[in-house]
Ligand binder design. Structure first.
Ligand SMILES: C[S@@+](CC[C@H](N)C(=O)[O-])C[C@H]1O[C@@H](n2cnc3c(N)ncnc32)[C@H](O)[C@@H]1O
Length: 264
């Protein structure tokens, strides 16, 4: 077993082989997507990574896999979908296909709508998810009102909830659980205010990592990122009082992550 709270400059499959089976509570990661970025030419074998992720994650643990597809010869590759289905074949539940909606997008194409999102596949090992703390930060328009609404019963008739709820006096709360589309600012000084992080070409927003970490883990849990890049997941795990383990194949990117963690 490797020491926690370190980022190892290693090929992630070799690194994960040094972890005990079932020793990781949560993985939040974003692998290289097709050929969208070169990352100094480093690549990985998806099947090997998926098999090791399945082995090291504990029963009921979650893997959040953030991906997108390249467009090649006029067609999206569909790699993201193939990976999601492969994860299912090796035993993960595809718990939720979530969307990371960005506030900016690449130079617009003339034949397509502006590409503005990436997938966040939330995968679970075992029969059911272990830890769930859904974030309830969506303002309810009817906050404070008595709960109303209808419910369609199996025989097709409609039951008015208000008639039931008036006896309990339940009111609509100020905030409800958010949807599975998460919207973040991205780009310079929006993904993070750590200037050194931008030496990496593809950081994801700190808030994205934070929100998954608090949703699917508890303080003291182990959070893994096998493609650590600039150290976003390590930083946000530490701030949320979780332990982390990271792998990153590029020594230059490891140095960026270490620099970033020094100030955290
Ligand atoms: C999309 S970036 C991750 C960015 C990260 N989420 C962040 O916020 O900085 C993918 C990273 O995976 C690394 N990488 C590529 N192949 C790898 C491998 N086989 N093992 C470990 N890291 C690898 C790349 O060097 C790159 O830094």
């Amino acid at each position: 077993m490797l020491a926690r709270n370190r980022i190892y400059n290693m090929y992630c499959v070799a690194g994960m082989k040094l972890l005990d089976s079932g020793s990781v509570d949560l993985t939040v990661t974003s692998p290289p997507y097709d050929n969208l970025r070169m990352y100094k030419g480093y690549s990985f074998d998806f099947d090997d990574v998926a098999a090791e992720l399945f082995r090291v994650i504990k029963d009921g643990g979650v893997v959040v896999w953030v991906v997108n597809d390249a467009t090649v010869m006029g067609s999206e590759t569909g790699t993201s979908f193939r990976q999601a289905l492969r994860f299912k074949e090796i035993g993960f539940l595809l718990h939720d296909t979530m969307v990371y909606l960005k506030d900016s997008c690449p130079y617009p194409e003339t034949t397509r709508y502006y590409p503005s999102f990436e997938y966040m596949f939330v995968l679970v090992k075992g029969k059911r998810i272990g830890t769930v703390h859904l974030i309830a930060d969506k303002p309810n328009k009817t906050s404070g009102d008595r709960i109303t609404g209808t419910e369609r019963k199996a025989d097709g008739t409609v039951k008015y909830m208000s008639a039931v709820e008036k006896h309990t006096g339940r009111k609509v709360k100020p905030f409800g659980v958010r949807t599975n589309v998460w919207h973040y600012g991205m780009g310079f000084m929006k993904s993070t205010t750590d200037r050194c992080a931008y030496k990496h070409p593809a950081i994801f927003p700190e808030k994205l990592a934070h929100d998954h970490i608090i949703s699917w883990s508890n303080p003291g849990d182990v959070v893994l990122d096998p493609f650590m890049g600039s150290g976003t997941v390590a930083k946000m795990a530490r701030l949320a009082r979780r332990d982390y383990i990271g792998f990153e194949i590029s020594p230059e990117y490891c140095a960026i992550a270490e620099e970033r963690l020094k100030c955290t």
